[in-house]
Design a protein around this ligand. Sequence first.
Ligand code: FAD
Length: 411
Amino acid sequence: MDLSPQDAEFRDQVRSWLAKNLAGRFAGLRGAGGPGREHESFDERLAWNRHLAAAGLTCLGWPVAHGGRGLSLSQQMIFHEEYARADAPARVSHIGEELLGPTVIAFGTDAQRRRFLPNIVTVSELWCQGFSEPGAGSDLASVATAARLDGNYWVITGQKTWTSLAHVADWCFVLARTQAGSRRSSGLSMLLVPMRQDGITVRPIRQMTGTSEFNEVYFDGARTEASLVLGEAGDGWRVARFLLGVERGTATFGQQIGFRRELDGLIALARQTGAAANPLLRDKIARAWIGLEVMRAYALDTVAGPDAPVAAGAAGSDGPGSSGPGSGGGTGAEASVLKLLWANWHRGLGELAMEVQGAASMVADDAPYDLDSWQRMFLFSRADTIYGGSNEIQRGIIAERALGLPRQARA
Ligand SMILES: Cc1cc2nc3c(=O)[nH]c(=O)nc-3n(C[C@H](O)[C@H](O)[C@H](O)COP(=O)(O)OP(=O)(O)OC[C@H]3O[C@@H](n4cnc5c(N)ncnc54)[C@H](O)[C@@H]3O)c2cc1C
C-alpha cells in the first residue's frame, strides 16, 4: 500500500515507540495473550495497556471530543499492523474500546459518556458482553434475562453464558427483557451493569484448551441505576445491532499480520520437520498463503474502502434481513464475507499445523504436559467459526443481503 507522507511518518512514530517501549518490564510480553491464551500474563498486559493509554495509543478512531485520537482509517490500520508486527501483547481492553465505547458515543446520554468513556480510554475499567444465553445464541432475540424497575434501580434476574473475560470485568453490557410479556426483538433494553456486587455470580467454563476465558454469569436480583440504560428503554435491539456492527473494523489488519506470523512459523516448522517435502502439504501451505492474500485484498477493498461493512456478529431470527444504524454503504454482507474468510482460514491453519507436526501433534512433551502453541491454536481455532456469529449465520446474511435470496423461514 502506498502511504502518504503523513501516514509514513505516523508509521515510523508507532514503530519506534513500540521498539522503545516493549523493553524493560514489558520485554517479556511479546506475543502474550490473544484468543486461547487470554490467561497469559494478564496483570502485566493490563499494565501495558495502561502504558499505551498514557501515550495516547488507545481509542485511536474515536472522535477527539470523546477522548479519542480521531485518527483516519489508514492510520488506525497502520497502528494495528505495526502493533502486530512488533509482536506486542494482546490488549485486554478491546471489548470496551471496540464495542461498548463507540456504542456509548452513538447512543449514550452526556452523563453516560462522561461517566464511562474516560475510563475506557485510560483502561481504568474493563467491560464484558452479556448477550448470549443458554437459549439465545445465534437467535439473540430469544433473550430471557429480565429486568424490572424498582425505584431508582433496575433489578436483573437471569443467566448469560460464554461471557468472555467476565471474571476480570468491572462492568457488563447486558441485553435484557425490560418489558414483561414482550416477545422477540421488542421490549429489550441495553443495561450497563456493575459486575462487582452480591447479585452476580461468575462461574468459569473450562475449555478444551484447559483454560477458562469465558464464563457463565448468573444475575440474581443484581442492580444497576435506572439511568444506566443505553439508548431508550425498550429499544435495546437497535442498540445491540449497532454494537454488533462495529465489531472488528480496522483491527482486522492487525489480526492478518498475526495470521501471517503464524503461517511463517508453520512454514519454518515444515522445513524443520521435513513436512515441506511432502507434495500434499506443500500444496496446502501454498493455498494457505493464497487465502491470506485474498483476505487482505478483500479487507482493503471493504473495511478501508468507501462501503465500510456492517454486522458480522450474532444476528438472530429478526436480524439478518434488516439493517441497523451501523450500516455502511455496501450490501451489509461485507463483514460476513470477511468473517467467513478469516474464520475458515484460521481453523484450517490449525488443522494444517497438526499435519505439519505429524505424530508429534498428539503428544505433550514434559510435565506439566501443557499444550504447545500449535496444539493450543488448533484447539482454540475450532471456536473461530462460532463466536462473533457462526458460519451458518454469516452465510444466511450473505444469502439474503448480497444475493437477494428469499428470507430464511422464521419461527
Ligand atoms: C470463544 C467464544 C467467546 C464468546 N464470547 C462471548 C461473549 O463475550 N459474550 C456473548 O454474549 N457471547 C459470546 N460468545 C457466544 C457466541 O456469540 C455464540 O456461541 C454464538 O452466537 C452461537 O450461539 P450458540 O453457541 O448458542 O449456538 P446456537 O445458536 O445454538 O447454534 C448451534 C448451531 O446451529 C446453527 N444455527 C443456529 N441458527 C441457525 C440458522 N438460523 N440457520 C442455520 N444454522 C443455524 C449454528 O450455526 C450452530 O452451528 C462466545 C463464543 C465463543 C465460542
